[in-house]
Design a protein around this ligand. Structure first.
Ligand code: ZN
Length: 192
């Protein structure tokens, strides 16, 4: 926050959609007062339609959920839009085309560049090809939605991710080590 990051990206894991368990609404609510940044909540949970309203209400500005986790994509988008911005997310094995029917309905597409569930993994380069395809879809449709990448992004590959068309960058392990503010600043310098 103090280094100037624009978003706080919050990974929610349920131990079902992904093996890990992280945290839920009470923790997000408790940190809401600590930051004015955009709270970008990334739900890695089964059947997000059960909880999207509660996550949106606990302080999220943006709620991302996985296409693979629900059969009611439009319902989830609608529920999130009652209070905030909505994003759809795809795992590495899901093709870029899966997001196309929903592009007009959402504020963001989040492309996972590692398998979701664990930090510290290496970026899968093929996922950035999907970013390029989705950026083209967004531009061809004349939309102005955000395209976010998440997983294995570091100072060496962030420029490549942006060249492919990403405009929101998530960095976890590359920032949360040693001097966190200095790491965040190094990223922000790279983005300008
Ligand atoms: Zn995430």
């Amino acid at each position: 926050d103090e280094a100037g990051a624009q978003y706080v990206h919050i990974d929610v894991m349920d131990g079902m959609f992904v093996p890990s368990i992280s945290f839920g609404m009470p923790v997000i609510k408790s940190i809401r007062d600590c930051s004015d940044r955009i709270f970008d909540v990334h739900l890695m949970i089964e059947k997000p339609e059960r909880y999207v309203e509660e996550f949106a209400a606990c302080g999220a500005d943006l709620v991302n959920f996985h296409l693979e986790a629900t059969e009611d994509v439009e319902g989830c988008i609608e529920k999130i839009h009652a209070t905030g911005k909505a994003g759809i997310t795809i795992k590495p094995a899901t093709p870029a085309e899966a997001v196309e029917p929903y592009l007009e309905l959402v504020d963001m597409v989040l492309v996972m560049t590692v398998e979701p569930g664990f930090g510290g993994q290496k970026l899968i380069p093929e996922c950035l090809d999907k970013v390029q395809v989705i950026r083209k879809m967004i531009n061809d449709k004349g939309l102005s939605i955000d395209l976010e990448v998440d997983g294995g992004i570091n100072l060496d590959n962030v420029a490549f991710a942006m060249e492919k068309g990403a405009n929101v960058i998530v960095a976890g392990s590359a920032v949360f080590k040693d001097d966190i503010a200095a790491n965040a600043k190094a990223f922000l310098n790279r983005l300008q």
